[in-house]
Design a protein around this ligand. Structure first.
Ligand SMILES: NC(=O)c1ccc[n+]([C@@H]2O[C@H](COP(=O)([O-])OP(=O)(O)OC[C@H]3O[C@@H](n4cnc5c(N)ncnc54)[C@H](OP(=O)(O)O)[C@@H]3O)[C@@H](O)[C@H]2O)c1
Length: 311
């Protein structure tokens, strides 16, 4: 498993991560098998959020109850969670009270004393950076959170937070797959009149901003065609893309899912792919995409086959 730097923490982390948003209904054995398969493949980084599951902290609790981690097993893992979404609404809340109580709920559900990484889940239009800073200072000084980051944030929103927040923001988790790639597609077609792909949808240069500031980009929904619309792998809606994926899978002797993973890991930004599958074989297959050396021609062929324009 290839590793990448986690922001400016000095830590190396795997470039494929196990997302646990969909484990609410899995029994103990199934959760253990999923996590064991990931660990065997070199994935020692799990992604949670307070809102995953049918009730608050549901997936965090399911994970902890199934795994029953000893303290040394817990220390071997990087556990990341998120706060800031209030599902009963929904709305967003980056207030001191909400962030601190959300983290305390995560720690209780996970049965651990600390989160390795806390991400602010989705930008709160009513954000007050001083309050976020106060929450981060408390969470850091009390040992409850070791590193901080964001998710779905634009460069401007990150700059605003940085006005008050002292801690480095080490990650930005954003939606990215071959078929949902405005992060990279806009840049290659900037300033092209009349081309939808040229429209700025990421707040302006999100990917370049993260690279410039050593913020690790984490790609969520790496196999979804759109916003939870189903996967493009094997989909009749993407015959050309699947033909290219299958040809490259045969060339590199890996499953198709590894090629879809490699399209993200091949990018020189050093991104992490956040898997959401609950199927162990798919986790093992995706992990094989950690270090597939797609050529530039192959990477762009996948991009074009997904429907993007290379002007
Ligand atoms: N920060 C954010 O705003 C945000 C938003 C959404 C998600 N996330 C994180 O990102 C992770 C991944 O998101 P995701 O679950 O939407 O991404 P995904 O890995 O692209 O999609 C996984 C889903 O697709 C299904 N699937 C069907 N055919 C598949 C195939 N051939 N290969 C792989 N999966 C297939 C899986 O079913 P099976 O389980 O049956 O395999 C699962 O339901 C989540 O677990 C969460 O940690 C973050």
């Amino acid at each position: 498993m290839k590793t990448v730097p986690l922001g400016t923490t000095g830590r190396q982390v795997p470039n494929v991560v196990l997302g646990l948003m969909r484990i609410a209904q899995m029994d103990d054995d199934a959760v253990r098998t999923l996590v064991r398969t990931a660990r065997d493949a070199g994935i020692d980084f799990v992604d949670h959020a307070d809102v995953y599951g049918e009730e608050l902290h549901g997936c965090e609790r399911r994970f902890a109850e199934a795994m029953q981690l000893t303290s040394s097993q817990r220390e071997e893992l990087t556990i990341q969670s998120k706060a800031g979404i209030v599902p009963d609404g929904p709305y967003f809340d980056y207030s001191y009270d909400h962030l601190v109580s959300s983290v305390e709920g995560s720690l209780e559900a996970l049965g651990t004393d600390y989160l390795d990484v806390l991400l602010l889940h989705r930008p709160d239009a009513l954000v007050e950076p001083d309050e976020v800073a106060r929450a981060f200072d408390h969470l850091e000084s009390s040992g409850k959170v070791r590193a901080f980051g964001v998710s779905n944030h634009t460069p401007g929103q990150i700059e605003l937070l940085k006005k008050s927040v002292r801690q480095p923001l080490v990650a930005n988790q954003v939606q990215l797959s071959i078929t949902h790639a405005p992060l990279v597609a806009q840049g290659v077609a900037a300033n092209m009149a009349g081309l939808d792909q040229s429209a700025v949808r990421d707040g302006g240069g999100l990917l370049d901003y993260c690279r410039l500031h050593d913020i690790t980009v984490q790609a969520w929904s790496p196999f979804q065609a759109g916003f939870f619309t189903g996967v493009f792998l094997g989909s009749e809606e993407y015959p050309e893309l699947n033909a290219v994926i299958d040809r490259l899978a045969a060339k590199y002797d890996v499953p198709a899912i590894a090629i879809a993973t490699a399209w993200i890991t091949r990018h020189p930004a050093g991104m992490q792919v956040v898997l959401g599958t609950t199927t162990p074989e798919r986790v093992a297959g995706a992990a094989q995409g950690s270090d597939v050396p797609l050529t530039r021609a192959e990477w762009y062929e996948l991009f074009r086959a997904a429907g993007y324009t290379v002007p």
